[in-house]
Ligand binder design. Structure first.
Ligand code: SAM
Length: 502
């Protein structure tokens, strides 16, 4: 079997038949999950195919045959394929570029798997995974739906937008989501092969994407967007001769240059009030924190920035993760060469840690100083975190525009998901620690003192925060101005993170 099969063809007539057959077969996330069962489905997430093989081997329902043919990488009998694709037929699957004949069988040449959100069922076309081929990935590999794809999709702000850009569109995962709330979609990629997969995914799901080839923002020179999203090729890769350049994860720049390039250039492509969201890796170098690096990149861009560092790896952990990601196995010569190259590359730049996180940049809609929030938060977030990002962005912007007057003149309401914990030493009447905890969104916690706990307790939309703090000062017999000044940082945190809503 050739290591790289041609991308599928978006023939409209054949695609309509494929769509009809996939729909009739209930080839959906739920449908495949049902046929696999929870154990095999979880094993697949751990890149173990055997339980899925055993669960589907003797099944002849179309959904099982299609899962074997289009996701798991097993050959299926020509007759079974014909029965499972009653309109397209096995022959149509070959003509579309989904599969090829192999004796009396049909073998999938691309990965076509169901994907869904709360309201849509889609299919995403990409290259076959390492699980299906059992071999390391070729450099031109077009990625399917991965963990990074779903992370970005979850964190994306889903508000209506006129124009959106999916930079590094790949197999068009982000675009499928964007199509639900954006009128005009542009997708860019350097890889002609990725664009061909994106074209196929878009056509199969009846989504329109204006697809363009080119490096980063070059294909959209002079254009502006309300929303730019990107799961960019952010993997920091040694530029050592012989080191493979995997197009799906490596833009060919030194270190974290691709994230820097995006930060410095995306502002010119945002409408006032427009937002760019992307994932990235960034380096912490000896003597400078990741925050120093970000402050430097943002300097002069005029953009509001909310960067949430979710994870930090040391150079060895990073090398192991990404050598393995391309299908190399520990102990193989290529793995050891890559591992060594990564360690040398990081040592050259005095890199001590590599951060991973989610970046949200906003072009201010009014003339004001940009705000900056360089945050570290590794905790689990609630489903639908994109809504919390949207609210957090609005809150940070309102604070930047209205300052402490806004905070003190608003009658705040405690959000419904907030609870308070008090920790007391045994026998004591007064708590030593008071914590406000958020059940949804980013699931943050904020430490309170007596004043801010009392404030939170009375925020029911009746009194402004200023009036409430005056009343609390009166009760505690403290100076009202000092009480207010003491409470302001915590009030800011409570508003910024959505514990208090206007
Ligand atoms: C990690 S994949 C993301 C695919 C998809 N958007 C997702 O969320 O899963 C990154 C994509 O960026 C593309 N790419 C690589 N270098 C690029 C560059 N310099 N400019 C634009 N796209 C690039 C790759 O071909 C690949 O399709």
């Amino acid at each position: 079997m050739p290591s790289v099969s041609p991308p599928p063809s978006p023939d409209p007539g054949l695609l309509a038949k494929l769509r009809a057959d996939l729909t009739a077969a209930a080839y959906t996330v739920d449908g495949v999950q049902q046929i696999l069962g929870p154990v095999a489905a979880r094993a697949l997430h751990r890149e173990q195919r055997l339980p899925a093989d055993l669960a589907t081997r003797d099944r002849t329902e179309p959904v099982a045959v299609l899962a074997r043919l289009l996701g798991l990488g097993f050959p299926v009998a020509w007759g079974d394929a014909d029965r499972s694709l009653p309109t397209l037929r096995a022959d149509g699957a070959v003509r579309l570029g989904l599969a090829r004949a192999e004796g009396a069988d049909l073998r999938g040449t691309i990965d076509l798997r169901p994907y869904a959100d709360e309201t849509h069922d889609w299919w995403v076309a990409s290259d076959l995974s390492e699980i299906a081929t059992g071999r390391p990935l070729p450099e031109s590999h077009v990625l399917g739906v991965g963990n990074a794809s779903t992370t970005l999709a979850e964190w994306t702000i889903r508000r209506p937008a006129a124009r959106a850009l999916d930079l590094g569109v790949g197999s068009a995962v982000q675009s499928l989501h964007l199509a639900g709330h954006c009128e005009h979609l542009v997708g860019t990629d350097t890889s002609e092969r990725a664009l061909a997969f994106a074209r196929f995914t878009a056509a199969l799901n009846e989504v329109e994407i204006d697809l363009r080839q080119g490096n980063l923002l070059e294909p959209v020179v002079g254009e502006r967007f309300d929303l730019v999203v990107s799961n960019p090729p952010f993997v920091i890769t040694p530029r050592t001769p012989g080191m493979p350049l995997y197009e799906y994860r490596d833009a060919g720049l030194v270190g974290d240059g691709v994230v820097e390039a995006l930060v410095r250039s995306v502002g010119a492509h945002l409408e006032p009030g427009g937002v760019a969201q992307f994932l990235g890796n960034w380096e912490s170098r000896r003597g400078a924190s990741w925050r120093d690096r970000w402050s430097d990149w943002l300097d002069g861009t005029g953009l509001d920035a909310w960067v949430i560092q979710r994870e930090v790896q040391d150079p060895a952990e990073y090398a192991e993760l990404w050598a393995r990601d391309a299908g190399q196995r520990r102990g193989a010569a290529a793995y050891e060469v890559m591992y060594g190259a990564w360690l040398a590359d990081f040592a050259d730049r005095d890199v001590e840690g590599i951060g991973f996180g989610i970046v949200t940049l906003q072009r201010p809609a009014t003339a004001r100083e940009p705000w900056l929030d360089l945050d570290e938060y590794a905790g689990a977030v609630a489903p639908g975190v994109g809504q919390a990002v949207s609210a957090g962005l609005a809150a940070r912007t309102a604070i930047a525009e209205g300052g402490s007057d806004y905070l003190l003149d608003t009658a705040w309401v405690v959000a419904a998901d907030v609870t308070e914990e008090r920790h007391l030493q045994p026998g004591s009447e007064d708590p030593t620690v008071i914590v406000a905890r958020q059940g949804g969104g980013l699931r943050r916690t904020v430490h309170l003192d007596t004043i801010t706990a009392a404030l939170l307790g009375v925020c029911d939309g009746q009194l402004t925060a200023g009036a409430a703090l005056d009343a609390i000062a009166h009760l505690l017999e403290t100076d009202p101005d000092q009480t207010t000044q003491r409470a302001l940082p915590v009030l800011t945190a409570l508003v910024r993170d959505g514990f208090l809503t206007p």
